[in-house]
Design a protein around this ligand. Structure first.
Ligand SMILES: Nc1nc2c(ncn2[C@@H]2O[C@H](COP(=O)(O)OP(=O)(O)OP(=O)(O)O)[C@@H](O)[C@H]2O)c(=O)[nH]1
Length: 613
């Protein structure tokens, strides 16, 4: 299959991946073709960028990483440049994919997506080989531009497997059949029927992207069943119809009770977070020192919206004081009753449902350091249909938003009591989870130290030589043999006059590498070591190795033909060395070697080259 990746040599791998990208945190990867919408998703969901501003985003050229650390949500999100193939040997795919929790592949649904499907297939099969524990999620993105009929049709087709999805491309029948055939062949060859993909229709212009991310992230939260159980208990004991536990900043819900999620109720609850943030932007944050004032003496100051949106609700809301300007009555209304989009809102600092429609932003006059048990930020919105949206803050980063009937809310003393129990339980789960993560981290560190100590004490090589088949087996039982054509190639080189063999190897255990070279046989009486004239084996860049080789051998760079399986080592071309990229699966073959010699002869007098075959 053909892919439109840029050639890795166009990029320096160091420019694309930071050296220090290793982190224990689980990763969520955003992959897909260029301009499919990956960066927009990351910025809108995790950076609160207004969707329209994504129109000005520039193409990503290196991996963009963001640490997300919000209560249960503790991972890194990586936005990949669409044009680079990270499975190319130039990149260390094991390092990139080994601690991935979810790989999210974004497909631009407004475009012809046959290329995207090819890339999807390649990506999931390659990533699965590196790490079979990855969950694969596919976002059919930008569906805001599609009609509902088209969306439903596309989703139904894509939901089954990738293969039928080809049907939805606007291709003529012949091309369609051809693509289908190739796809099904590729699927069979790769034996990848067991790879499970989950599909979502998304757009940054509505709730769908948050809904999708909620589901994706829930799969990564180990505590999910416990949280769901707690929410179930809360709902059944408090007359609540639906409850969501939201991460305040991202509007991702990390858990909900087990009753089905209907989009309307989800959108209402999610919008409530925005409503409350907007209200706090209008009324600002009160000075904590004034919170003890029983009467809400609103001072009329407005806070800058940009500052507030970034703040967790709790920080803002629980320090808020409410009251009508110039009105010292506790139950004074802050805003007039407002009828917008079927939601009636009134803002009050009282916590009583007094027969009027009311939204309560309640701080109870407590500082954040010493919150009274029942005085977390809360908000109440009465809907036109008689239902009530009730929001309570669980901790600095989580809010509970419930939908219930108004007559059930009249027992709000019971709801508040149950909420306290729920809050304590969630806090316990959270603390337990943090403790377990810390313990796990300590265990990993200890394990690492033990292994390092064992390695430093254990000087015996981690492999055994088997004369009968000229092979080594390492401690994991993996067998190492010379590549098929190596013996013939080395024998041929030895027959050339004035030709030397040198080794340039990058390893942290040079003694073991030398020992292995001394054990492998080229024929009955000759070891690999006997055929080699110069050796440079130590960690570092290959330019350094070849410079040392030039010095020890007296051979100039222009007279060197260097075979290597890592594209990044083509940097030796800058010295004037002729570079040959070797397929790591096959090693140097006789055919490749002879072709390289012929080309070397032709180009020997020219400047440095990469010899291609
Ligand atoms: N209509 C619509 N446009 C979107 C949506 N999401 C992103 N876009 C637009 O798609 C274009 C490309 O978005 P990017 O986020 O830069 O795409 P990318 O996948 O990160 O691209 P590269 O960085 O080149 O790999 C931008 O103009 C966005 O405004 C969406 O949900 N609907």
């Amino acid at each position: 299959m053909e892919f439109d990746y840029s050639h890795p040599s166009e990029y320096d791998t160091g420019d694309v991946i930071d050296d220090h990208y290793g982190s224990d945190k689980p990763r969520i990867l955003l992959m897909g073709l260029q301009r499919s919408g990956k960066s927009s998703i990351q910025r809108v969901v995790f950076g609160k960028m207004p969707p329209n501003d994504t129109l000005y985003l520039e193409s990503t050229t290196k991996i963009q990483r963001e640490d997300i650390t919000r209560s249960f949500i503790d991972f890194q999100i990586w936005d990949f440049p669409g044009q680079i193939n990270f499975f190319d040997p130039a990149y260390d795919s094991l390092d990139i994919f080994e601690s991935v929790g979810a790989l999210i592949f974004v497909i631009d649904a407004q475009d012809d997506y046959s290329d995207a499907l090819s890339r999807l297939f390649y990506t999931v099969t390659s990533a699965y080989k590196v790490n079979p524990n990855i969950t694969f999620e596919v976002l059919l993105h930008k569906v805001d531009g599609l009609s509902d009929d088209y969306k439903i049709g596309m989703y139904t087709l894509l939901q089954t497997t990738i293969e039928p999805a080809i049907n939805t491309c606007h291709l003529d029948l012949d091309t369609q059949r051809d693509v289908q055939q190739r796809m099904s062949d590729a699927l069979q060859d790769a034996e990848c029927d067991h790879i499970h993909l989950t599909y979502y229709l998304t757009s940054i212009y509505d709730h769908s992207i948050y809904e999708a991310f909620s589901k994706i992230i829930q799969k990564l939260i180990r505590e999910l069943p416990t949280l769901e159980n707690l929410l179930n208990v809360l709902c059944s004991n408090s007359g609540i119809d639906k409850a969501y536990l939201f991460d305040t900043l991202t509007k991702i819900y990390i858990a909900t009770d087990s009753s089905p999620v209907d989009m309307q109720s989800y959108e209402l609850c999610s919008d409530m977070i925005d409503v409350v943030i907007d209200i706090e932007c209008i009324y600002g944050i009160a000075d904590r020192t004034q919170n003890s004032t029983p009467n809400g003496d609103y001072n009329g100051e407005r806070k800058d919206k940009g500052d507030l949106v970034q703040s967790p609700l709790s920080e803002d809301l629980d320090t808020r004081k409410m009251g009508n300007p110039g009105d010292n009555d506790d139950s004074a209304l802050l805003g007039a009753s407002d009828n917008q989009g079927g939601i009636q809102q009134t803002y009050s600092n009282g916590d009583q449902m007094d027969g009027q429609d009311s939204t309560t932003l309640n701080n109870g006059g407590q500082s954040q350091q010493e919150p009274a048990a029942e005085n977390e930020a809360s908000s109440l919105i009465k809907l036109d249909n008689g239902d009530v949206l009730y929001m309570r803050e669980v901790n600095r980063l989580l809010v509970l938003i419930c939908l219930l009937r108004q007559d059930n809310f009249e027992k709000h003393g019971l709801i508040d009591y149950n909420f306290q129990c729920f809050k304590e339980a969630v806090t316990e789960v959270f603390e337990f989870s943090q403790k377990r993560n810390t313990q796990q981290q300590q265990r990993n560190e200890t394990q690492l130290q033990v292994t390092e100590t064992q390695q430093s004490q254990d000087t015996s090589p981690p492999f055994t030589y088997h004369e009968e088949d000229n092979s080594l087996t390492d401690k994991m039982g993996e067998k190492l043999v010379l590549f098929k054509h190596i013996t013939a190639v080395f024998t041929m080189i030895q027959s050339f006059p004035d030709t030397k063999i040198g080794i340039a190897s990058r390893t942290g255990t040079p003694d073991w590498a030398r020992l292995a070279i001394d054990l492998f046989k080229v024929d009955d009486t000759t070891t690999l070591q006997d055929t080699i004239d110069y050796m440079e084996i130590y960690p570092g860049r290959k330019t350094q190795h070849l410079t040392e080789l030039a010095q020890s051998s007296g051979i100039s760079f222009e007279d060197m033909l260097f075979f290597d399986d890592e594209r990044r080592n083509s940097e030796v071309k800058s010295l004037g060395v002729h570079f040959v990229l070797v397929d790591p699966a096959k090693g140097v073959t006789m055919h490749q070697f002879k072709a390289a010699l012929q080309q070397f002869e032709r180009q020997a007098k020219m400047v440095q080259t990469t010899l291609s075959f």
